[in-house]
Design a protein around this ligand. Structure first.
Ligand code: HEC
Ligand code: HEC
Length: 171
């Protein structure tokens, strides 16, 4: 039975956060994500190319058009603000050097807002960023292309923690 779009989106935001910002550990904020990135990931969940049980179940049986409406609606939520609190300048400096070296800000844009198939990283939850980077590195997350596996090949687990720390706080 077809569910109206509003009701469907409301169900998503119970987990992902009504204002675009997630308050739940390891659940990503979706506000400000490029609509095309969201569409690709929803498609990959539906096809079980990216395996996350709750997301595979949520997208099962939805049409391409339904996925597109969800992506377009969610993309309009406001982007999450940077994480607050005191910051460790040494960690930020190490992350900046890694970002220059690996050109993260070339694909993800200089302000880390993402575009097209490349996600926004600015203000994303730090725990989710760590999880995502580890999953690309150990090949448990299938991606749309090989960009991230190639990049992470040369990045250690310690470096990945600094990168997530920086990106969650970037303004
Ligand atoms: C029960 C909680 C829950 C519900 C309901 C839920 N999600 Fe998710 N969603 C998750 C979790 C957890 C992940 C992260 C999976 C991972 O660790 O890779 C996720 C990931 C995503 C991603 C990938 C984001 C990224 O940055 O790669 C998108 C897009 C998404 N969800 C959209 C939706 C939409 C649209 C709905 C409603 C139709 C929805 N979600 C409903 C828990 C939920
Ligand atoms: C050649 C382009 C490219 C470069 C360079 C690149 N990325 Fe990515 N990144 C992508 C693409 C494309 C995706 C989405 C892949 C997918 O389908 O899962 C992505 C996804 C991600 C995600 C997952 C976000 C989410 O919401 O799930 C994180 C985190 C990330 N990149 C961080 C980085 C960091 C940190 C660097 C530098 C060390 C970097 N990226 C360099 C293209 C790139």
């Amino acid at each position: 039975m077809a569910q109206p779009l509003d009701a469907r989106v409301a169900a998503c935001l119970v987990c992902h956060g009504e204002n675009g910002q997630s308050a739940i550990a390891e659940v990503p904020s979706l506000g400000g994500q490029p609509a095309f990135y969201l569409l690709i990931q929803l498609f990959m969940f539906r096809e079980r190319m990216r395996v996350v049980e709750v997301m595979n179940a949520t997208t099962r049986g939805l049409s391409d058009n339904e996925l597109r409406s969800l992506a377009d609606t969610v993309a309009k939520l406001p982007p999450p603000p940077p994480a607050g609190g005191p910051t460790d300048p040494a960690r930020l400096e190490r992350a900046r050097a890694l970002i220059e070296q690996h050109r993260c800000n070339f694909c993800h844009k200089r302000d880390y807002s993402g575009e097209e198939s490349v996600p926004r990283l600015a203000g994303q939850r730090e725990d989710y960023l760590v999880k995502a980077l580890r999953q690309y590195k150990d090949n448990t997350r299938r991606a749309y292309d090989t960009s991230m596996a190639d990049v992470l090949y040369l990045i250690s687990d310690e470096q990945l923690l600094d990168l997530a720390y920086f990106l969650a706080r970037v303004r």
